[in-house]
Design a protein around this ligand. Sequence first.
Ligand code: URA
Ligand code: SF4
Length: 216
Amino acid sequence: MTFDELKATAERCTSCSLSQRRTHVVFGEGNIHSPLVLVGEGPGDNEDKLGRPFVGRAGKLLDQAIEEAGLTRAQIYITNTVKCRAADWSSGKPVNRPPTDEETLACRQWLVPQLGLIQPKVILCIGAPSAKNLIRKNFKITQERGKYFPCEYAKTAIATLHPSYILRAMNMGGDGGYSLLVQDIAKAHEAAVRLSTPKVGATGQELAGAPDLPVC
Ligand code: URA
Ligand code: SF4
């Protein structure tokens, strides 16, 4: 299946109950040849309305961090753990919630082949649900963010704080971890560049350049 065929098929998906209230399936966007892919949690209200990832308040903060890390959004590919908005509708109006394990598992039928077609060097997991899905089930975001981990779908994966979490933390004063987000994006990008420009005859360890970068 080509990337466009995969996207078109995903856009008709009814595999989990999130399909019932969605406006758009938010498949992802950006450069499918990028060595760096960002994987968030899932679409919110704005993303559901527009069909694009990270376009609301959290998205604006992420854009700012991407630029501060020396990148542009068009350079990279951005997608999510689940492609439809997860919300609690029990009060009558939707309140965003993390995707359940069942929804995450159902949506892997799109995320896994999507990553398989892009073949990124580095995956940056944005927030805990993404890290738990792609790195390790019991991933501890506050303790383990910013470090390289082996990953089945890329040469390495790193996780960082979610911009929605940072926005909430900022309300309590300080930068809420924003500088860590910028730092982690820059680190992930550097690793992606390093891993995509092999030196002729270099060994795996030399290629990695940094002792803490696993080359799988
Ligand atoms: N939060 C996410 O995790 N993904 C989006 O696309 C938007 C907000
Ligand atoms: Fe399908 Fe994923 Fe949407 Fe569930 S969240 S309906 S699995 S596309």
